[in-house]
Design a protein around this ligand. Sequence first.
Ligand SMILES: [Zn+2]
Length: 571
Amino acid sequence: MNYQALYRTFRSQRFDEIVGQRAVSITLKQAILQEKVSHAYLFTGPRGTGKTSVARIFAKALNCPNLQNGEPCNKCEMCIAITKGRLEDVLEIDAASNNGVDEIRNLRDTVKYPPVLATYKVYIIDEVHMLSTSAFNALLKTLEEPPAKVIFILATTEVHKVLPTIVSRTQRFDFKRIGIEDIVQHLKDILPKINIKFEEEALYIIARAAEGGMRDALSILDQAVSFIEDTLTSEDAMMITGSLTKDMMDQYMLAIYEKKVEAALEILDEIFSQGKEVRRFLEDMILYNRDLLMYKHAAQLVSKTRGILTDTFKKLATELSFENIYAYIKFFNEAQQEIRLSNLASVYLEIVTVKLATYSQASSVVQPEQGDHKDLEFLREELNQLKKVITDLQKGKNASSEDRLINTISNPNPSKNAYKNPTQQIHQVLLSATKAHLTTLKEVWPDFLASLDARCKAMMKASKPVAASDTQMVVAYDYDILALKASQDETLKQVVSCNLSKMIDFAPELIIVTSSKWPKLRQTFIEENREKLQLDKTQMTQKNVFKEYEDAEFVEKAVQLFGKDMVKVIE
Ligand SMILES: [Zn+2]
């Protein structure tokens, strides 16, 4: 037997089998019973919500000679021919694949002929918003003078792209996203028919991932059943949907709860290295914390949606306060809003993770050591600034200006704990730096980042080499806070030199600069260098100053360092 996708096999064949679109089904059934059929319909709504299924059922109900209370019989030749798509009077056009004018022109030519076998000729045009303008106009002409016994059903996921002149000539039905309970129930009906047992939570995971689309839910189920033996577990469902496995969620939240920042960052990195999306991660974490809250209120409610409860989950639910869980949810929720327009989503999440892992510490009764406390204050200041900038960006204030973001983050109000760029040390590097060394470093940088463990990678991710000699390199950090942390991290420095030495023939020492201060530092170096080279100041005032300047050793040096495009000579 040929394998058929579940969504085809279990496609609804009657109005009362349609899931989650009761209003639409009842209205259409009534129209048929009362013989008040309009000549054009517009079905709008998200994908996989039943638009084409309803269109086909409607086409059958219009033509079935054995109509049963508005439902097609699905047994007569007419019904069967329509179900199989071989009745020439019922035509399906997928505008997404046939957006040419020809298809519609052809339709215009044939539309005037009466139906051959059926009572009504039905044209189902899916994704109608994809039609080209001229095809749209051709369709409009047809709709303006509809021939008798012809019915158009136009379906679209993007109704705002359909010309108003077309919308106004149709009867419009809005298909809603299908509710999670409805999807779960439908999956429950299907699974015994294909001899698959299931954990109830698995169905909830699939239903949530499908985001209100039954076709998506069935596609996910299809993928899941293709590799399982006979029972669909929640782990299977999570794997397929890209949801986090329960184990990872437990580990992450436990690390947060136990204030193990490094462990939390490592788990985060592992989660993303498995290809999880940031957006989905946040969704899962919000649901996880919601479950924690529910469990504290009424444990029996959670076992229903969450399946088997792990010991870690129970521990967290018992030991975390309501206030704490609410705060976590708030953090994740804010992050969800803030990463939407950010291309620094993963970096932002790392910072949120640090924030979460230090949250309870800040509010705990035990006063942290003075040093830690200052650190925390500094961290909080940084985070508030980051948050503010991201909010600004979202409001559309100069949305593309990542520079501004970086500058604002790296230029907080002068703080005692802010990173101080080691100017003299950087200048020392620059004196012996060469373009060749820098190029070599840049080439291996992606591989180098990949070679680091989670913690080091988190520290190095938002950094790039800007100058290098055979013994040292200057690396610019986008975030002040990371620059500070990295500069204090001796292990990191060792790992960096060691890993690099395996890829290149030198082992440069890590010298850190903040991206915002780097241009200024570089310029100061060039200026100071000019003096060191004892350039004759009188030459500078001559008319050919530019040429002299260009020939000067320090310019050569600058070009050697940064490349010609980076060096701009100012009189
Ligand atoms: Zn029939």
